[in-house]
Each structure stands twice: as C-alpha cells, then as structure tokens.
Design a protein around this ligand. Structure first.
Ligand code: VGL
Ligand code: ZN
Length: 208
C-alpha cells in the first residue's frame, strides 16, 4: 500500500503568507493531480498556539532568523505563523481535500517545535502517523508539500527511520532557502539517507 503525504500546504507557507515559500503555490496543481493515483492521502498541518516558542515575537529582542535553545534544542526563530484558528493555518483553498483521509496536526506544544509529521524535533512525542500508516498496511510513502528544507525533509527522514520506502516528489515541494542552495542540500541529504527523489511525472509512470 502506498500513501501520499501532503505536508503543511497552508496559507502561511504560500506567497503572501507569514512564512511564505517562494513558488509554494506552484506545487498545488501538481499535488492535486497526483492525488488521482493514490488510495490513501494524509495531510499534515502546522498548528501552533499563539505563544509558541518558535516565534521570534515571543522572545524579547529577538527577530526571525535568530537562534535560541527551545526544549533543549537549537531553534531558529520564525515569524508568527500557522496560529490555531487563523486564516494562515488553513489549507490552501486551491488544495483538493476531499480525498484526504486524516489530518495530522503538529507544533501544538509551545515548548518544542515539530517539523516532521511523525515526531517533534526532540523525537519525544509521536503524532501517531507512523502507527496510522502501518495499520493501513502502508509500505511506501510519497512526500509532497512545504517546505522542502524543513517540514518535508524531516517528515521524509522520519519516514525512512520508521521503515517506509520513501519518495520525495521534487517538483511538488519548494524550499524556504534561508541560505541559497538549501533546496539542493535537502534533496542530497535525503538521497544519502535512502530516500528517492523523483519528478511527479516519473512517479505517475511508476505507479500507474
Ligand atoms: C515549517 C518552519 C516553521 C514548514 C513549519 O512547514 O516547513 N517551517 N514551521
Ligand atoms: Zn511552524
């Protein structure tokens, strides 16, 4: 069984959003088209309380891009984004959601960030996604969404660690690129750890 994962395709990560990812909107039609080829589709949703520790605004004198220690881990600080109940936390209105079987919320604990859809950044608490997929007999996951160098990367790395064959759909993701080249670096790291990086048209050829 295959699963298609839609990582954080939310307004705040799209152009015009609080943590906008360049060209993030361009993945939406690709992700929508891919859904026709999957029986099981799962979305993740970055879903922070407004006092979340990853927001620069919640630390006096800090600005986005600065680093602090949060939950014992190095944490880059972000603009306020994906606040529970806000428009920015909602999925893109252009994203097809009718086939999405379940939504996995993450980043709810203000004391620790959660890039991966499987675990928080300290690997302390599971979201339940791994067991959900395993219960459905999933062996292979295809990862799409935002952003390639954060939530997509860490979701795919955890998928590998959880024993899933993991394919990252290269044209169905875009990077924040805090530093130039972060997209390519993320894809290289994913390959080196055992993920396949494939274009959506090759995914369709492989599975249909
Ligand atoms: C993300 C930064 C902070 C992401 C979420 O979805 O990639 N990045 N929160
Ligand atoms: Zn976040």
């Amino acid at each position: 069984m295959d699963a298609l994962l839609l990582v954080d395709i939310q307004n705040d990560f799209l152009p015009g959003g609080a943590l906008e990812v360049r060209e993030g909107d361009q993945i939406v039609p690709i992700v929508n088209d891919l859904q026709a080829f999957f029986e099981l589709i799962v979305a993740t949703q970055d879903f922070h309380p407004k006092d979340h520790g990853s927001f620069a605004a919640n630390h006096e004198g800090k600005k986005p891009g600065d680093h602090i220690v949060l939950g014992g881990l190095d944490q880059v600080l972000w603009p306020v984004h994906c606040v529970q109940g806000s428009q920015g936390a909602k999925f893109s209105s252009l994203l097809k959601m009718d086939k999405v079987a379940t939504v996995v919320k993450k980043g709810l604990d203000k004391q620790i960030d959660s890039y991966s859809g499987f675990y928080d950044n300290g690997h302390k608490r599971s979201t339940g996604l791994s067991n959900y997929l395993k219960d459905k007999g999933v062996k292979r996951v295809f990862v799409t969404g935002l952003a390639a160098d954060f939530c997509v990367k860490f979701t795919a790395l955890d998928a590998l660690e959880e024993g899933f064959d993991t394919i990252v759909v290269q044209d169905a993701t875009r990077a924040v690129n805090l530093k130039e080249g972060d997209f390519d670096k993320a894809m290289e790291e994913l390959r080196s750890k055992g993920a396949q990086v494939m274009l959506s048209r090759d995914v369709v050829k492989m599975i249909s």
